[in-house]
Write a protein that binds this ligand. Structure first.
Ligand SMILES: Cc1cc2nc3c(=O)[nH]c(=O)nc-3n(C[C@H](O)[C@H](O)[C@H](O)COP(=O)(O)O)c2cc1C
Length: 359
C-alpha cells in the first residue's frame, strides 16, 4: 500500500503514528526523549491535563477567528515553530522544509542556530515571519556577527536560549549510543553559553535594537529581571523537559510569569503543547503565543512540508472547535474564568496527548 498523502491524515494521532513508522530508532529517541527520569517531560503534559474548561453557551459562534498578532504581524494561529536543532534528521531540507510549511500555513518560524541549512539559506527558502535563536559558542563579537546576519536576512527578533547553561543528560540518546551528526564538535565553545549572565543581556540591549527573546524562563523572579533589562519577549520554557529534570510543567509556571511581566513584555510559552485545547489554555492564562517543538517535527517526519502543514491544519481545526464549544469567537475573549483545576486523567509523557497510539 502506498503511504497516504498528507491530506488523508484526519487526526494528529495518525500523523504521529506515521512519523514513528518513518523514523529510525535514533532520531525517534532524540525527538521524544527528555532528561534523566523524564519527570519534566511528563509534568508538561500532566500540567496541561490538570486544567479543565468552564464553557459558556448560547453565544452565537458562527464566525470564529483563531488568528493573533505575533510581534506585530498577523499569524493564522497564536503559535510559532519553536527552534529545533537537527531538523534535517526528521525531513529532507531540514529548516528550509519547515520554513516552507510555516509560510504556507501562516505562522512564524524560529530557527535554531544548530540546524541545517543555516540562517541565510533558511531565510531564502520561504517568506514567513522568522526569528533566530542562538546557542552562544563564541565571544561578544561572534554574537554581534549573528545579530547582524539575522537582521540582514529579515529575522524579526533574536533569541537567546537560557536554560542550557549545561547540556541535559538525555538518557534515551545515551542508551542508544545515538551520535547526533549536527552536534559533532558542538562541545567546542560550550563555556560561552555556561558563562552567560544578565551582563550579556544588558550588553545586547545597549547595542542592538533587534527585539530580544529570552527562551527558557521558568520563574517569576527571572521574568521580572528580563523585563527590567528591556527584553521584548519572555519565553516560558523548560526545553520540552530535555534540560533540568524535575521542573514544573510549563503551563503551571505561566500564571506567575504573566503576573510578574504585567503587560510590559510579550509572554510566550512552550512545553507539551500538542493539541488545540492545549493552545487555548495558554492563551486563556495570558500567553500571547505558544511554541510547538515536537509536533512540527512529527508532521515533517510523517510527510515533509505537506505533513507539517497538515498537522497545523488539524491543530487549527481543534482550536476552532474548542473556541466554539467554549462560547467564544476570538482569542481575546478568553480568560482565566474559562479554566478550572481538575485531576489529570491523560497519560503523561511526550505522546500522552495521543491515547489511540499503539491500538
Ligand atoms: C528535537 C528537539 C531539538 C531541539 N533543539 C532546540 C534548539 O536547538 N534550541 C532551542 O532553544 N530549543 C530546542 N529545543 C526545545 C524546543 O525549542 C522547545 O522548547 C520544546 O521542544 C517545546 O516542547 P514540546 O516539544 O513538548 O513542544 C529542541 C527540542 C526538540 C524536541
Amino acid at each position: 500500500m502506498n503511504a497516504p498523502q498528507a491530506a488523508e491524515y484526519l487526526t494528529l494521532q495518525e500523523i504521529v503514528a506515521a512519523a514513528r513508522a518513518h523514523l529510525a530508532p535514533g532520531p525517534w529517541a532524540y525527538l521524544v526523549g527528555g532528561a534523566e527520569t523524564e519527570t519534566t517531560v511528563r509534568r508538561n503534559r500532566q500540567a496541561l491535563d490538570a486544567l479543565a474548561f468552564r464553557p459558556r453557551v448560547l453565544r452565537d459562534v458562527r464566525r470564529i477567528d483563531a488568528g493573533a498578532a505575533c510581534l506585530g504581524r498577523r499569524a493564522r494561529l497564536p503559535v510559532l515553530l519553536a527552534p529545533i536543532g537537527g531538523l534535517e534528521s526528521f525531513a529532507e531540507g531540514g529548516a528550509a522544509a519547515a520554513a516552507r510549511g510555516a509560510a504556507q500555513f501562516g505562522v512564524p518560524q524560529m530557527l535554531s542556530s544548530v540546524c541545517k541549512p543555516g540562517l541565510e539559506a533558511t531565510a531564502a527558502a520561504a517568506d514567513t515571519q522568522r526569528f533566530f535563536q542562538l546557542y552562544v559558542r563564541g565571544d561578544d563579537a561572534w554574537v554581534d556577527d549573528h545579530v547582524r546576519r539575522a537582521r540582514a536576512h529579515g529575522y524579526a527578533a533574536f533569541c537567546l536560549t537560557v536554560d542550557v547553561a549545561v547540556y541535559g543528560r538525555r538518557e534515551r540518546d545515551l542508551a542508544g549510543r545515538f551520535v547526533k551528526p549536527w552536534r559533532a564538535g558542538a562541545d567546542a565553545g560550550r563555556d560561552f553559553q555556561a558563562a552567560l549572565s544578565w551582563d550579556q543581556v544588558k550588553r545586547y540591549k545597549d547595542r542592538h535594537d533587534l527585539p530580544l527573546i529570552l527562551k527558557g524562563i521558568a520563574t517569576a523572579e527571572d521574568a521580572a529581571l528580563a523585563v527590567e533589562h528591556g527584553v521584548e519577549v519572555v519565553y516560558v520554557s523548560n526545553h520540552g523537559g530535555r534540560q533540568l529534570d524535575h521542573g514544573l510543567g510549563s503551563i503551571a509556571v505561566l500564571p506567575e510569569v504573566v503576573a510578574a511581566v504585567a503587560g510590559r513584555a510579550q509572554v510566550w510559552v512552550d512545553g507539551g503543547f500538542m493539541r488545540g485545547s492545549d493552545v487555548v489554555k495558554a492563551i486563556a492564562l495570558g500567553a500571547q503565543a505558544v511554541g510547538l517543538g515536537r509536533l512540527p517535527c512529527l508532521g515533517l517526519a510523517a510527510a515533509g512540508t505537506p505533513g507539517l502543514v497538515r498537522a497545523l491544519e488539524i491543530l487549527e481545526e481543534e482550536v476552532r472547535t474548542c473556541l466554539g464549544l467554549l462560547g467564544v469567537t476570538s482569542l481575546g475573549e478568553l480568560g482565566a474564568a474559562h479554566l478550572a483545576p481538575a485531576p489529570a486523567v491523560g497519560a503523561p509523557g511526550a505522546l500522552g496527548a495521543f491515547p489511540l497510539l499503539g491500538e
